[in-house]
Structures are given as C-alpha cells and as structure tokens.
Design a protein around this ligand. Sequence first.
Ligand code: KIV
Length: 275
Amino acid sequence: MKLTPNDILKMKSQPQAFPCLTAYSAPMATQIDAHCDLILVGDSVSMVLYGFNSTQNADMEMMIRHGQAVVNATQQAVIIVDMPFGSYEESPEQALKNAQRIMVETKCDCVKLEGGEDMAHTIATLVKNNIPVVAHIGLQPQMATQASDYKIKGKDKAEAEQLRKDAQAVAQAGAFAVVIEAVPESLAREITAQITIPTIGIGASNACDGQILVTEDMLGLTLGKKPKFVKEYETLSNNIETAIQSYENDVRTRSFPNEKFTYKSKKPKNLPEVA
Ligand code: KIV
C-alpha cells in the first residue's frame, strides 16, 4: 500500500523507529521500496554519483531526473526530493515555483529543504500551497563547503538553543517531519520529545522517531573516510572489485565470451553441393 506524508506523521513516538534510505536510481529504489517507509532523493547525489565535493553542485535538472527514476521504480514508500542549493533560499516565491516544478515533473510526494527558523516562512508558504515539506536542521550539508564544516552541531549552549528553536519553528510552520543531522543524543532526545512531528535522525542517536542513511555509505560503496554515524552493513566495493577483476581476466584470456554467450548463425539448409 502506498504510504503518504500523513502516514509518516502518525509514526511519531511509536515503539519502533521507521527506516529511511536515500536512492538516486531505479534499481536501488526498487530494492529499498519494500523495506523503508521513506526514500530520499538527496542532493548528496552530486557527491555520491557525480563525484563533486559539495552538495552545492546539485541543480534542479539533476534532482528532477533522479526523482523521476526513483518515483518510476517505487510503489510503497513516501518519496522526498531534495530542493537543491540556490532553488529556495532567495524568497518563498522562488521556493514555491521550484517546489511546484519538482512535484509536477517527478510526481514525488514531498520536498525537503535545509534550514530552521530562517526557513519557517518559506515552509509555511509551500505547505499553504499543498506541498508537503520535510525540514533539515543540525548539520546542513549545503552550507558545508569544506571538510572541516562537517562537524557535530548543538554542542555548545547557544547552538543547542538555536536548534531547539529551529525544530519548533519548522514544526509550527507545517513541516510533517524534520531530519536532524549530527547532533548529540541528549539534544536529539529532548527535541524529539518536545515537537509534534517525527524527527528523522542521521548521526542523531536512536532517540529519533526515524533513521536515515545514505545507501551507498551503508552498503560500503563510498570510498574514503566516513562519518562516525555510518554503519557499513556490507562492503560491496570489495565484491564489485572482485567481479571486475574476473571480467578483466576473462576478456584478456579470451575466456569470455565463450560458446554460452555467443550467437551462432543457423546452418543454411539444402544448399546445392559445390562441385
Ligand atoms: O542529501 C542527502 O542525502 C541528505 C541526507 C544526508 C539526509 O540530505
């Protein structure tokens, strides 16, 4: 059965947390759909698939193309498409125009944007225009332009207080869920208890109502240093390397393609004997 943003809202404060993952392609989305309540077409696509070093390189065309692929391949999960950097910060009107384009062209269920108190008016504008919104507070990757910007948020008093305000503001503006990234457990627990909408944690402890990870990180497909909060459930990069090495060897030694993988033309029938 197809889930809706309203179903996610009802998952607030349940004994079981709800699982969410990212997907950018049809094959990955197909596999995730039966197991996760929510799939995010994240702007992390620009780093994970395209090899850029910032999510700022994602644009509307990139998000729409990948959004279409994921929507086409799924039946159950709620599909969120990230609003890319530069598509919503200028004004609520700019955000509305671009969110409407994402919704219409991808047929996704909702959009996500980064920001708390500063984005409350924009969130309210989208919600008023029937666009369900997920907010994203704490570490906001679109603001992280260098490796050192990827750090825990809310460790000092002032930052923690701002995060509490951000969470309240996005909930009051009408967001139906909020991603909380890289925040200490005690603060994530407190915010989750205080707001009426589900919190979705990434590096924010198991106190949140749901959890999300970047799929390529948890499958061991991203190389290099990963954040502390990533649990690698498989190291698929090793399996892929082994398969590619076998292919390389088979091709170099002409063992692939062998008979099994080769088309043969039919023997011509009743041809006159050649004298
Ligand atoms: O773009 C993304 O993948 C995200 C997750 C980190 C939540 O926003």
